[in-house]
Design a protein around this ligand. Structure first.
Ligand SMILES: N[C@@H](CCC(=O)N[C@@H](CS)C(=O)NCC(=O)O)C(=O)O
Length: 206
């Protein structure tokens, strides 16, 4: 039985949970806030969530967790068998995370934690986000899924990144991150109804 550590409020935790459900992997959730305590750092060396425990061994980072699950539970596949097609999915995941999520997160302290970020940070975030969105959109297929005809790991990164990033952009800049990106907006709506994602969101709300 896999243990999933973290809190449902985390989009990365939710992503890992949706992947576990998608793969049909038996798991249990263990509430573990992000801390710098040794008991947490042994599981996740930056103290972040999520992490998982498999047969007494710990693994952090959502991409590493996804990689483990893909190997341990090959069906349903979330990466194409063709190596180049699989790498294209990973490329999309990287750009979504690095060029949208991590950029938007610069303003997370002000958007959701009552702190403030400088006007310079906001201006740079706005500029960099627009560039990141254009980059991601170049790779997005959205026909009907992020990377093409099949559901892949990129869909899970899409749903959980654009959910959080969109919330930050709305709060800080008062605009919709997906304005001009109706393809991604449509995909988000489809993914919200995908059973594993819908279950994670329902359990979070409940
Ligand atoms: N790159 C990590 C990011 C994980 C992450 O940033 N988790 C956030 C919650 S969504 C966290 O634990 N933040 C607390 C902290 O930064 O100390 C992953 O993909 O798993």
């Amino acid at each position: 039985m896999i243990k999933l550590y973290g809190l449902p409020m985390s989009n990365y935790y939710s992503l890992a949970k949706a992947l576990l459900i998608e793969k049909g992997a038996p798991f249990e959730e263990v509430k573990a806030p992000p801390t710098q305590e040794e008991s947490n750092l042994v599981r996740t060396p930056m103290g972040k969530m999520p992490s998982i425990e498999v047969d007494g061994h710990y693994l952090s980072e959502s991409l590493a967790i996804a990689s483990f699950l893909e190997g341990a539970y090959p069906e349903p596949r979330l990466l194409p068998t063709d190596p180049f097609a699989a790498a294209k999915v990973m490329e999309l995941c990287c750009h979504i995370t690095l060029d949208v999520e991590l950029v938007a997160r610069r303003c997370l302290p002000e958007a959701f934690f009552g702190q403030s970020v400088s006007d310079e940070t906001k201006a740079a975030t706005d500029t960099d986000l627009q560039r990141g969105m254009r980059a991601v959109n170049r790779l997005m297929v959205c026909a009907p899924y992020a990377a093409g005809a099949e559901l892949t790991l990129a869909d899970f990164y899409t749903f959980y990144t654009f959910g959080l990033s969109g919330g930050i952009v709305q709060k800080i800049f008062g605009r919709d991150l997906l304005d001009g990106y109706d393809n991604i907006r449509g995909l988000m709506a489809r993914l919200a109804e995908h059973p594993s994602i819908a279950r994670v969101e329902a359990e979070k709300a409940g």
